[in-house]
Design a protein around this ligand. Structure first.
Ligand SMILES: [Zn+2]
Length: 174
């Protein structure tokens, strides 16, 4: 009796360890699938989770530039998926009967720098939220003066840590 109870106990313990191990394995893998989110990250319904941080940053930058921006209230949606047009990183689809829709190309998203990601999202929100059109003007050195430059312009992109503020000033207060 004693020995079989002992075996049962050991089996139970082993089972427990196996279940715990399996749970941790699945939990770990589940966590690996999405990029880690800040605990206080604002959520945007119908927006790909990878874009939430950029949406919130756009609202914060808008506020710093005197504009109260509420992307949730406007209901803008966003997906990351293949865009068939070549060299197009993002699109804003305008709708008269429902909220505007951002589409970000999955390949470009996966292969671009942090600054380029922000540039793409802010450019598309420039269309979708601020209703800005393209601005292909260049300064005397040939650099684009706006994040709203089109894909067809000849101006040179210079969005980086030292130029970011000037570009955001132009974006929110053209
Ligand atoms: Zn555009």
């Amino acid at each position: 009796m004693i020995s079989s109870e002992y075996i049962n106990l050991s089996m139970q313990r082993l089972l427990f360890i196996l279940i715990l191990g399996a749970s941790l394995f699945f939990l770990f893998n589940a966590c690996q699938q999405d990029e880690p989110l800040e605990l206080d990250q604002k959520e945007y319904p119908n927006v790909d989770q990878k874009l939430w941080v950029y949406f919130e940053r756009f609202e914060e930058e808008g506020l710093r530039h005197g504009q109260e921006i509420d992307l949730i209230e406007r209901g803008i949606t966003a997906t990351i998926e293949p865009i068939t047009q070549e060299h197009v990183g993002g699109l804003c689809n305008y709708f008269s009967n429902h909220a505007n829709q951002l589409v970000i190309d999955d390949y470009i998203w996966a292969n671009t720098s942090e600054f380029q990601k922000e540039l793409i999202i802010f450019h598309e929100l420039g269309h979708c939220y601020l209703f800005r059109e393209h601005d292909d003007r260049a300064d005397s050195d040939g650099f684009c003066i706006s994040l709203m430059r089109s894909g067809n312009s000849n101006c040179i992109d210079r969005y980086n840590a030292s130029t970011r503020q000037a570009y955001l000033d132009e974006l929110f207060n053209p």
